[in-house]
Design a protein around this ligand. Sequence first.
Ligand code: XMP
Length: 321
Amino acid sequence: MDVQELKLQELNEEAFIREQTADIAQAVGDGVAVNALSGGVDSSVVTLLGHQALGERLKTYFVDNGIMREGEPQRVVELFREKNVPVELIDARDEFFDALKGIEDPEEKRQAITDTFYKSVFSRLVKQSGARHLLQGTIFTDVEETVAGIKRQHNILAQLGIDTEQAYGYSVLEPLIRLRKPAVRAVGKALGLPEEVYNRPPFPGPALTARVVGEATRERIELVRKATVITEKELAGVKAFQCMAILHQDRVTGIRDGKREFGNQIEIRCWNTKDAVTATPVRVPWETLEKLAARLTTEVPGVVSVTYHIATKPPSTMEVV
Ligand code: XMP
């Protein structure tokens, strides 16, 4: 791996912002660049860096892939509009669900999302805009884990030997590639992002598909989305790196209104970790879990079982897919 990490303690945020905006401006020249904003800290920082470097010559898109959390696309677009950064919302839900149809294998699901994003949706947007460059928020850890063969992060291309110019018709600029998350957050703060963005708990690139075991259909994503709203609300007071709801593939026998119900299982995970490389489950108070289970089994249709994950990473991973 030939990328050199820039450690938090070596980071001078102002100098970093100056250097990166100058590099972006130089690489793009008098052309146009595009980027995709997901609302996560990485893509938010890239959006502001790119905007500072290029102004209106950066076209920022929010691709609604149908697998985001409740209300997320609209909220993110609005937030950036308030900062005078125009973001175009692209409805690509059908394309993503078509690509995910029938796929159960975790790596194949990730591949389908990657291909739909880069080959279909983004290639089209790039062509339409006339851009030759894509700005992307890849960070050091994404490269590290993908190159180590742990999980294929959806945004890793060049480091896997993919020539984006040849494969997709544009080149990729990655201003955050030398930073780990705490350093990205520091740059985000220095850029004036609101705290809810620069301190946002991580959310995976493959979004809710990382939390559905088996096929990610519209219905199953909708189910885990509902469970996620309730879980994030009920566990908001828990001190954790990340809490999540997962939908299992296996169904189990339950009983409702005196009748047998062959229903769904939701698993709750709540993690403590420093660097996401190793992690331990949080000891969430029992009463909190009971209340969460009661809400999930009454408010999410078809859920008859709620379990809490107590194994460590490794050998688990934090996400389930
Ligand atoms: P894992 O599941 O690899 O997650 O232990 C480590 C941290 O990275 C976040 N994250 C991702 N995880 N695919 C993932 O599986 C992705 O594309 C991705 N992006 C971010 C994950 O939420 C956890 O915080």
